[in-house]
Write a protein that binds this ligand. Sequence first.
Ligand SMILES: [Zn+2]
Length: 142
Amino acid sequence: MKSQLSTKGKRDDAPPTFIPLSPRLRELLEANKIASHFPIVFGSGAVWHDMQFECLSCNRVLDDDAVRGFVSWPAPKTAVVEAAGVCKNCNLVTSFFYRLHSDMRVTAPRDGKWVTWQQQAPDSALGRLVGWLSSLMPWRNK
Ligand SMILES: [Zn+2]
């Protein structure tokens, strides 16, 4: 899902057209802070302590308070993180969806396929990785 400001049928100097947020994105944005779900602890003892979420547009790390969503456990060795965050800087919503595995792999859908990364240090480059994986939605207040 790659969405961005739509300029279809507009002149260049026209204000951008905002795409309405999907019901799921609204649900995510109204959920608890994603940080409240961390640390994510697996039965094996593996731990994901925390995670940074970056705005896909400006690459700023989003405030903990601004990133909300759910963590679910489809299997004991797999946690699914689905979240969305509003960037105060550019007023855009970045959405995040990925699976964390107990062996510190990250898998996520990209261009219709599931891809895998091995994360050696959960605190290092994951935020950037996540940002790269994410889709971007224009945000407007209700
Ligand atoms: Zn931003």
